[in-house]
Design a protein around this ligand. Sequence first.
Ligand SMILES: Cc1ncc(COP(=O)(O)O)c(C=O)c1O
Length: 373
Amino acid sequence: MPHPDEFVRAFGQLREIETPAIIVDADVLDANLRRMANLAATAQLDLRPHVKTHKSVKVARQQLALGARGITASKPSEAAVFAEHGFDDIFMAFPPVGAQKLDRIEPLLAEEVLTVGIDDVAIAEPLARRGRQRKRSVPVMFEVDVGMHRAGRPWGRAAAEEAALVAAIPGIDLRGVFTHEGHAHNWHPSKIGDLADEVTHRLTTTAKLLRTTGHPCPTVSVGSTLTTAHLQPNGGLTEMRPGVYAYGDVRTVEGGAATWRDCALTVLATVVSRPNQQTVIIDAGTKTLSPALTKSGTYGYVANLEGAHFVRCSEEHGTLDLKKPSLQPLVGTRIHVVPARAGVVVNTSYRTHQVAGVQHLRSVPTDASLCEL
Ligand SMILES: Cc1ncc(COP(=O)(O)O)c(C=O)c1O
């Protein structure tokens, strides 16, 4: 992985912004959105970005304006925020289990703006009952496990058989199959092309088996930023659902799907203490950066202070060690950190600050922050 010192951006001190704050370079964001739209077009796939990364109506609208077919959300409350703002094609890639969750998604189903991801007849049955009461079948996608071993039935016969049972339930409208190939993060970046082929094979094989039971399975959807550059046209897939590509983070760089220059989001922090020549204390700890770690076990990369690296974080403080003691940032200096995981950082924020280089452009609300239900 190239060293973050290869950043070529001029990071502003942005004195008008109170820290800690989340900074998004609007030009880098725009370039990321365009690049993914082009990748989807080249692979001849529909693009359905996962909004859990940015949770922003403004950014999701940019994605739609660049050709995205719809959006992916993870929680009923998150989907509801986007529905309130007029988004009318939302896929919730998380199973709604329990009456409270069904109550939450009921209005979105009634408005016919939601498709629901499930992997079990036991989840389909109560959904179908609601559909029958409303006299409208509930659109669902069936989740297939192609190697991540999280949710989803194992690819091939096991998934196809359960999906066929789901499809047969009156009140269910099975639209297709989907997977999240999040295990891509465990693969070496040089092998992600092989993984993309494997994922495609496993998901399309499942779709074909499902079709032999008489179900058309029109949508075949994969979802991970890491595989997007390797997906091929005419391979049987119809859709991709990348998320983190919008902002990038250390994990995406480690996975080979972004360079440091593609990292649109940084956490802006202020040096609040210099207890000794070697140590810099900033006002961003785990409450801001999140406890998520990079593969090398750090909270993020310090983008504008050469050689500085995290030694620890407590809730409110980040402790940096200076490799180059010749650089001695004074108290009050602004530090930009590329976090390990952008989505977790954004989740607890009320807003991001969009900048163009060193100029503050606007404050953008994180419309769906803390939508944990
Ligand atoms: C179901 C699902 N689809 C798509 C994505 C998007 O993946 P990424 O943000 O790595 O591009 C995720 C991310 O966790 C996911 O859980």
